[in-house]
Design a protein around this ligand. Sequence first.
Ligand code: BGP
Length: 463
Amino acid sequence: MSKTFPKDFLWGASISAHQTEGGYLADGKGLSVQDTRPRDNHEITDFTVAVDHYHHYKEDIRLLAELGLQVFRFSVAWTRIFPQGRGEINQAGLAHYKDVINECLRQGIEPIITLNHFDLPQALEDEGGWSVRTTVEAFTEYAKTLFEAYGDRVKKWLTINEPNIMLLVDQKILGHSIPLQEKYQQFHHLMIAEKYAFKLCHELIENGKIGPVPNISLVYPATSKPADNQASLYFNSVRNWAYLDFSCFGRYNTVFKDYLNQQGVTISFAPEDEELMQAHFPDFIAMNFYTTVTVEKPVKKDGMSDGISDQQSEDIMEWGFYKGYTNPFLQKNEFNWTIDPDGLKTTLQTLYDRYHLPIIITENGLGARDELTEDGQIHDTYRINYLQQHLSQCLEAIEAGVDLFGYSPWSAIDLVSVHEGISKRYGFIYVDRDEKDEKQLARYKKDSFYWYQKLIETHQLPS
Ligand code: BGP
């Protein structure tokens, strides 16, 4: 099997605004739900400074150019543009991202912008957030503003980052749990908002291309027991296909509808929704992949808790449907996340055969406690191994006919994890700070920086 990626394959790296920028009130920015969310662990840092990408972006983008990136995926903080979520535009915020985009282009890097990445304006949350229709209108106005401001130089857009994770892991992402009826009305509003973004991108941006960006983990049954297989059918639908079928087919699929029905959830549609769902579609699928998930059909035993485990691929539990199960055939990282490179190939093939759209991976990476040596080095061999294994499966998927056109791993630079602070590092670039002491926020190139740089140069996976 060849070790060479197609010559037009796009090499990138990804970040989100709230996890990297800091400057949480700089130049008129308003508060988002990530600034205000209740923190259960005061031993880890919050997002107020992060890695101060807001002020270091020129230095960081220069480093990304040295890395050899062709694309840089980052999100715009909605509350820098509309501090209150809507209404008067904060010109300083609009100008900031114009500078960031221009710096990328000056350095020969194509920006890929995520419209929203977990950081809903607090002012909109106060009105009901994604539970109320007015947030869809505010998002539509926000998307239109970005398309009009940047559409002449940004041609690839992602809508709303991981709506599935935001809803399924609400407690960790948002700091509170959402009741089921409300959760799936939020699902509907998020997906309708995405349809407006598809519509406006195609209307306002010449050659504009846009895609959804869910977190996709293929769901395996814990055993060959029919009940476990049915559990995996339902969680595959609720976790993965419910979102992408809405984006790509404009419909609620049957299994998902049955799940909602069994749970007594009724979605309310606005008059224009059916038509909107069937009229606007994505140009590609952006997919975030960290691992696969395994589930069993939960059988209630005496004294059994609603046990939620403590890591992304197992902390699910819905009586009568599915329960997270530790896959005994897979390794885990030090943060207890399962590692399944072979599962990436299967996921890519499943996705491509279902939707027949080009795919770009916009998150994939290993969170680890990296060590900065006395002489300023970071020997993250474990990250190189993780990326090499996953990229090898990407190559196999391409050779098996999947139209995978890019890879933009998480993360370009160290950033603050959703709920495990700065210590859980993902970057090719190390930022010297710890949970409590920001130090000088000095940047250092990790061993994985040089490994990725060579891969991009040669398009060749080292054997
Ligand atoms: C994804 C999010 C990213 C990032 C990543 C790593 O779900 O899109 O924003 O947080 O998970 O997760 P964590 O930060 O929990 O290690």
